[in-house]
Design a protein around this ligand. Structure first.
Ligand code: SF4
Length: 482
């Protein structure tokens, strides 16, 4: 497919999205947790910008009375002071969402709140189940009526059903985990307990924090720092943690051998914030290391190394440190392009890329530039950026990518498009270089992935096609509504 066709077809959207971020808190002194959850979600906004929600409850009030509020938009758009005023509780959970399964509607926003015979249950989920359609069908044939089209409701239903046959919510979570397959990091609120659970492969991150007499469970450590909490530890892949005033109880019965774990390596390369640590590894370090490897494996003579903001910046710094070529800033990003941004039409002179990103001509004019980006999906943004650098006077543009080429889909919560839409599918690096108009192009090698995460077992299925579990027979990605 030629370059112009690709642009027409995909309207210059070339970013990958994380599915969600979760945050939960239980304050044993009875203080209200709503505003802390709000700020925690704010710190996790990069993980999902379509919808968000908070559910809080009072452990000393009537058992199971939950206040919840959710809506479409960014955290500061949905939670007006009036919306927050009506919410109060000493235990609560929150969620930010980008939809990769289930359509983008208010009903599909989370947390989900279920009222059932044992009281109430609220749940927020990050990840994608690969057996949700079968499980949902099974539940429907036994009378379940679903309110949403998201796989998270399948999890909530299973937990509620299992709770009827066992002595505690955490046991019900463990039983549900035996049935669900795929990627999930969960926070669950029952009237008197805050529970966190991570799937046995540990695809998505989840960590525990503490602030005075309150515990927090969050997708990323950056959210702990934002709310002034100290990091306690990561939730282990496969672990269920139950937080009550008696402390943290851990159930590791679902954990698998360490070498079978499969963290999503794209969290380190792109999704997570650089100030987060996941399973003991600094995301910033991983990106610096990826840049260093690029400099070792794809050296080139040049005057300046620049990163495509934000996630290309740390890798660019790593490249500069390793190569000795000066690091600089070439782009100014407009940080105010939100969900409601209207994409320019093809006929307009503006392009989405130009609206989001401008080049600092003074920095690049007359220079041979090495441009580091975290990934190329369809290539529709990269070629625009390269042209912009050249129009601004860069004499050469050498592109280095801090991940291997995308060749396969993801079934675990990342919206990687079909293979035919991936620029690297059926093309050599030289073919891609020509399409992009770069003077040279180099990707991070698959053999380097291990080094950027200090040999922690990770999933790299979208680069190699080798998944940690069998992919579903039919493609369950995208729209889950039937
Ligand atoms: S396939 Fe790729 S994006 Fe999906 S979980 Fe694995 S590493 Fe992450």
């Amino acid at each position: 497919m030629d370059k112009n066709r690709i642009h027409e077809q995909y309207e210059m959207t070339d970013e990958l999205h994380e599915e969600c971020g979760v945050f939960g808190m239980y304050d044993f002194d009875g203080n209200d947790v709503t505003s802390t959850i709000y700020y925690g979600l704010f710190a996790l906004q990069h993980r999902g910008q379509e919808s968000c929600g908070i559910a809080v409850s009072d452990t000393i009030g009537p058992k199971g009375k939950v206040h919840s509020y959710k809506g479409m938009g960014l955290v500061n758009e949905v939670f007006t002071p009036e919306a927050l005023d009506g919410m109060k509780g000493d235990i609560g959970i929150g969620h930010v969402r980008y939809s990769t399964a289930g359509s983008s509607t208010r009903e599909n926003a989370q947390p989900l709140v279920l009222n059932y015979v044992k009281g109430t249950l609220a749940l927020a989920h990050n990840g994608n189940l690969i057996n949700a359609p079968e499980l949902r069908r099974e539940l429907e044939y036994t009378g379940a009526i679903f309110q949403t089209t998201i796989d998270s409701e399948v999890i909530a239903y299973h937990i509620a059903r299992e709770r009827l046959n066992c002595g505690s919510v955490e046991k019900a979570v463990a039983r549900a985990m035996k049935k669900i397959k795929g990627a999930y990091s969960l926070v669950v609120m029952s009237p008197r307990k805050l529970i966190g659970a991570r799937d046995p492969h540990g695809f998505k991150p989840l960590c525990i924090g503490k602030r005075e007499n309150a515990y927090i469970i969050a997708s990323e450590t950056c959210a702990l720092e934002t709310v002034g909490a100290e990091f306690v530890r990561d939730v282990l892949p496969g672990e269920i943690v139950t937080i009550t005033p008696d402390g943290i109880e851990s159930d590791t019965s679902m954990c698998i051998p360490g070498n079978k774990e499969a963290r999503c390596i794209f969290e380190y390369i792109y999704f997570a914030r650089p100030d987060s640590h996941i399973d003991g590894i600094s995301v910033y370090y991983s990106r610096i290391q990826a840049g260093r490897y690029l400099a070792m494996d794809h050296p080139v003579e040049a005057d300046l190394v620049v990163g495509v903001p934000e996630s290309g910046n740390a890798a660019a710094l790593g490249y500069a440190m390793e190569s000795g070529i000066p690091y600089g800033t070439a782009f100014v990003k407009n940080g105010y392009v939100g969900r409601t941004f209207i994409k320019p039409k093809q006929s307009n002179r503006e392009s989405s890329v130009r609206v989001k990103l401008n080049v600092l001509a003074e920095a690049v004019k007359g220079k041979r530039v090495i441009m580091i980006d975290d990934s190329i999906v369809r290539g529709t943004t990269s070629d625009r950026i390269i042209s912009m650098l050249k129009e601004a006077g860069a004499t050469e543009v050498h592109v280095r990518i801090s991940s291997p080429p995308f060749l396969y889909p993801c079934y675990f919560g990342t919206d990687i498009p079909d293979r035919e839409q991936l620029i690297a599918y059926n093309r050599s690096v030289e073919d891609i270089r020509k399409i992009l108009g770069a003077d040279s192009l180099g990707y991070l090698g698959v053999d380097r992935l291990c080094g950027i995460v200090k040999s922690k077992p990770c999933c790299h299925g979208c680069f190699t096609g080798e998944y940690p579990m069998d992919p579903p027979e039919c493609d369950i990605r995208g729209e889950y509504t039937r």
